[in-house]
Every structure is written in structure tokens, then in C-alpha cells.
Design a protein. Structure first.
Length: 416
């Protein structure tokens, strides 16, 4: 530790899911860290030593970072003393599923007065391909001597510290001086550095997330095909995977949501002039799964939801997390309510939800939206729609070819 001692780094958007774990790790590597954020509440929490969201070992490592001088602030003037400015503003998509470059540029412009020669600007969140070229041209016209690099984050929510330590870091720049400066920052915390061109780095991030989104879409499409025709997908799924090496990576179905996968797939589609047909098909499948689930709930309650109570188990976008951003649970809720249902929501990580006991007592049908560990083994006495196969986990019967053996499921067979 201490490789960054004496270097001041300011992280714009520094109290969020991307900026805060990075700031803590850089502080533990010796840097003087200033986290700049517009949210006064999260700034106060960070300075008190409390993570504003779930992160493994979050408070402990934040406490160590605070002891080493890390501070959060709402004052952008904290950039003045920093040799490195890290921007964690990603590129959202608008209502037409096109990238909103204006948001990245707006934040970039807000801090322009601190762009001084020899300062390093690091872009950290997902960027639409070509954004780095745009920023380079902008800087060349206004701020000669400012260095620029793109070092995209690759972490998953809740495991940021672990993955910063373990995953290789992509570093991209247009010139050697900028690359070396960014390399110095991330070499202090990452095990290896992968050097790419800025365009390659932009595409790497989008393609990685789009690939995962496509994987979920295949599983979800097969789930809908099977269940719509009265077959148990999860029995089929077990049969495909059992002792079959080529199916080892076969994804299980479930809601593909959160702040990255859908958005980045649509950005890649936009970059390819909307000719990314696989991406658009995946969007239709993954987003359409919420409608299929709502329809299954309606069928389970006799064809009408008017005046019926449906309970949703889990409102976060991923299991064992407190992150509700872009969770499809809310889309399911809206669809059920539009069909006349009274909807109760339970989630152990979302304080505003209903109590699980009330949901289990009053709901006439249940939808497992998020497979939190706490729901495993839950006794359900009403119709259940479980895309994930966590509670509705039907066995398959496997017969041994060894004559005269009995393996659990009857003579010569076993179940799994």
C-alpha cells in the first residue's frame, strides 16, 4: 500500500455505487481522496463512516479510508487541488432508447474550470462509442495539455471491493502520457492492466453487458415457450444440464434488470444504426417476461384479477441486494394493478415494503420476483409463479441402468 501517496484524486459522483468503492480502494492505496457528490444525505453518511447502500465489508473499509483522509463533499471546488479527476457519470438512454450523451457532457462542462494542464481526466462509467473521441476533440480545442483516459468499471453491486481487487482493469488512452498516468492510478489497486484503444474499451463494456443480456433472453424465451404449452421448463432445464458438459453454462431464466444490461444493449444497438437485431430481440423477450408473469397470475386466479390480492416476493433487481434501480418487479406490479389486482410487496432489503407475514396471510397468489436467499424453503399455500425455479422446483426422475439398485425414486431410479 502507499503507491499513490501524495496524489490527490477527486471523484465526481463519488458517493454512488461506482465512485465510492473506487474512492475507498484508492484511499487505502495512499491517495488523498475527495468524493464530490450533489446528494447531501449520502455525503453525510459517508463522512460518518456508513455506506449508503449494501456492500460487503463496506463500513469497515470505509472507516479505514476515512482514517487515511478520505472525505466526501458537495463542493466542486475540491477539484482544485486534485491531480486526477475521475468522472463516474454513465450514458443513460432516453425514452426512444437512444443514448443521452448530453448528460455526460453536461457534467463534464460543469467541472471545466478545473481542467488545467497536466491534470488527468479519467472517465469511469459506460460510454457510448465515440464519446472519448468527442471529449478529446473538445479538450484539444479548449485545454491543451490535459490528459484523458477511459478506465471502465467492471464491478457488480455488492461485490465491488472484492472485484476491484481481483479483476483486470481496462485502461485506454489516445497518447502514451495519458496511458502512463492512468496506469499509475490503477496499478495501485488492480492485479493486471489491459491496454486497449478508447473505442475498443467503449465497445468492451457494451459488448460484455449485452452478451449477458442475450444469455438471459435465451433462457427466458425457452421458459415462455415451455410454460405456455403446459410443460415444466425447470424439469426440462434439469434434464438438459444433468451430466451434460456442453450445457454447463446454460443460464436459468429470471428477470434481467438493473442499471446496466438493458441500457448498454440499447446503446450498442444505437451505435450499430439499430441493426443489432439480437439485442432488440433480447429486449423484447426480457422486458416481455413481466407481462407473461402477470398473465400467469391472472390465469392462476381464474382469469380475472379484479378485487384479488397478489403478493410480490422481492422488489430489488438482483438477489440479496438493496438496489431497486430498473427492477422489473415494479413493472409486474404496474401490470397487475392495471388488471385490477390489489398488490402487496415484500422485500427484506427495502424498508418501505409490506411485511412478509401480511403478504403470506392475505395474498391469493404469489410471484417470486427476486430470489433472495431468505425466501428459500418458504412454505407457499397459494398459486405461485416462480420463473427462477427457487420455490417451484420440480424433481426429475433419473433411472439407473444398474440392475436391481434403488436410488431414492423407486427401484432402479432416483430423483433430483
Amino acid at each position: 500500500m502507499g503507491r499513490l501517496r501524495g496524489k490527490t484524486i477527486a471523484i465526481i459522483g463519488g458517493c454512488g455505487h461506482v465512485g465510492l468503492p473506487l474512492g475507498v480502494k484508492l484511499a487505502l492505496a495512499g491517495a488523498e481522496i475527495r468524493l464530490i457528490d450533489v446528494n447531501e444525505k449520502t455525503v453525510a453518511l459517508v463522512n460518518e463512516g456508513r455506506f449508503p447502500f449494501m456492500e460487503r465489508d463496506g463500513d469497515a473499509q470505509l472507516g479505514q479510508a476515512l482514517d487515511r483522509g478520505l472525505r466526501a463533499t458537495t463542493d466542486p471546488a475540491a477539484c482544485r487541488a486534485a491531480a486526477v479527476l475521475v468522472f463516474v457519470t454513465g450514458t443513460p438512454v432516453d425514452e426512444h432508447l437512444n443514448p443521452k450523451l448530453s448528460e455526460v457532457l453536461r457534467v463534464f462542462d460543469c467541472y471545466e474550470e478545473w481542467f488545467e494542464p497536466s491534470k488527468l481526466l479519467i472517465m469511469r462509467s459506460t460510454l457510448f462509442p465515440g464519446t472519448m473521441e468527442h471529449l478529446r476533440e473538445r479538450l484539444a480545442r479548449r485545454h491543451l495539455g490535459v490528459q484523458l483516459a477511459f478506465c471502465p468499471e467492471r464491478i457488480s453491486q455488492g461485490r465491488a471491493f472484492e472485484e476491484i481487487d481481483l479483476l483486470p482493469q481496462v485502461v485506454a488512452a489516445f497518447d502514451e502520457q495519458s496511458f502512463r498516468a492512468a496506469f499509475e492510478v490503477f496499478a495501485a489497486i488492480a492485479p493486471r492492466i489491459i491496454r486497449l484503444t478508447p473505442l475498443e474499451a467503449e465497445l468492451t463494456k457494451l459488448m460484455a453487458n449485452s452478451w449477458r443480456y442475450l444469455e438471459f433472453a435465451i433462457a427466458n424465451q425457452f421458459y415462455v415457450i415451455a410454460e405456455a404449452h403446459g410443460a415444466s421448463f425447470h424439469r426440462i432445464f434439469k434434464a438438459i444440464k444433468l451430466d451434460y458438459p456442453r450445457a454447463a453454462a446454460y443460464k436459468a431464466p429470471g428477470f434481467a434488470a438493473g442499471p446496466c444490461l438493458f441500457k448498454d444493449t440499447m446503446q450498442l444497438a444505437s451505435y450499430f444504426d439499430d441493426a443489432f437485431t439480437l439485442g432488440h430481440a433480447a429486449m423484447l423477450v426480457n422486458e416481455g417476461l413481466a407481462g407473461f408473469v402477470a398473465e400467469r397470475a391472472r390465469q392462476a386466479l381464474g382469469g380475472s384479477l379484479w378485487g384479488r390480492t397478489v403478493g410480490l416476493l422481492g422488489m430489488t433487481f438482483k438477489p440479496n441486494s438493496d438496489d431497486t434501480r430498473d427492477s422489473l418487479s415494479f413493472k409486474v406490479k404496474k401490470l397487475l394493478e392495471f388488471d385490477g389486482a390489489h398488490v402487496l410487496c415484500a422485500d427484506p432489503y427495502v424498508p418501505a415494503c409490506d411485511r412478509l407475514e401480511r403478504l403470506l396471510a392475505e395474498a391469493e397468489a404469489l410471484v417470486l420476483c427476486t430470489p433472495h436467499d431468505t425466501y428459500r424453503g418458504l412454505e407457499v399455500r397459494v398459486p405461485l409463479i416462480d420463473v427462477w425455479g427457487i420455490l417451484d422446483d420440480p424433481p426429475i426422475e433419473v433411472w439407473s441402468t444398474s440392475e436391481g439398485t434403488a436410488q431414492g425414486g423407486g427401484s432402479g431410479s432416483r430423483t433430483c
